[in-house]
Design a binder for this molecule. Structure first.
Ligand SMILES: [Zn+2]
Length: 100
């Protein structure tokens, strides 16, 4: 049996205002918000750009600034590979293909 998401009863998530089937809510909060609420703020992706300048966010959205490249650059500056393992600054720069 499949659920017809277009006709089944939906509610609005009280956190993000998305429309979700009633069965997937937890006290009016969608599954995504329920999961994210359990994540510490420093690991919560919704807070990643909270302190970021609006112009920089606009450039990311328009594709003129790569958030991925900046993340690679930061990992290289910390000496970590893509898994967050310490490999040293030079090796990390090579792995991520960034220059200082
Ligand atoms: Zn939500």
């Amino acid at each position: 049996m499949s659920i017809d998401l277009e006709t089944c009863e939906r509610t609005t998530c009280t956190e993000c205002n998305c429309r979700v089937p009633v069965a997937t809510t937890n006290d009016g909060v969608c599954e995504t918000c329920t999961v994210l609420a359990a994540i510490p703020d420093d690991k919560n992706p919704f807070y990643l750009f909270q302190g970021t300048n609006t112009e920089l966010l606009s450039r990311i959205v328009k594709g003129t600034l790569s958030a991925t490249y900046l993340a690679k650059h930061e990992l290289a500056n910390r000496g970590f590979d893509a898994d967050g393992k310490w490999v040293g600054f030079e090796q990390a720069a090579k792995i991520h293909g960034v220059t200082k």
